[in-house]
Design a binder for this molecule. Structure first.
Ligand SMILES: [Cu+2]
Length: 150
């Protein structure tokens, strides 16, 4: 009887350890967000990422254009903030579920972008207006494709 109890405890510990390892490995990577210090909707987008399982690191920069040029975000794709996660660039108010999808599917692109700041996109809900918008993939050479419509 005693041996059985010890065995049970052993099995339970092994299961718990396996669980910790499993979830540990599935943890989402940190998203580094570059934004200007005064950007409010950028902070709201960061909150949206956090609420959807991402760890974030915010870098306030005085000139976001330098960052956009550095990460190859073309003029037509530009928004307020630029983020980097697992080597992918995420420009603007991209919904978190699409960032998860990007990291799962690992397409051969530079990143995702929501150009401008569409009303109703994550972090842009303030007005209550919901404007339809497109989420694009873009490549280093500037080729874009529609990844999702919201
Ligand atoms: Cu914004």
């Amino acid at each position: 009887m005693k041996n059985k109890t010890i065995l049970s405890i052993g099995l339970l510990s092994a299961l718990v350890l396996a669980g910790v390892l499993f979830f540990g490995m599935n943890e989402e990577p940190t998203v580094t967000v570059y934004k200007s210090p005064s950007c409010g909707c950028c902070v709201d987008w960061v909150d949206h990422l956090e609420a959807n399982g991402f760890d974030t690191k915010v870098e306030n920069v005085s000139n976001t254009v330098i960052i956009k040029n550095k990460f190859g975000v073309g003029e037509k794709l530009q928004s307020c903030h630029t983020a980097v996660v697992n080597g992918y660039v995420v420009e603007g108010h991209v919904p978190a579920d699409l960032v998860h999808k990007l990291l799962e599917q690992k397409p051969d692109v530079k990143g995702l972008a929501v150009p401008g700041m569409p009303q109703g996109s994550p972090g842009m809900e303030g007005s209550g207006i919901k404007e339809p918008y497109k989420v694009f993939t873009f490549t280093a050479s500037g080729k874009t494709e529609v990844f999702a419509r919201r």
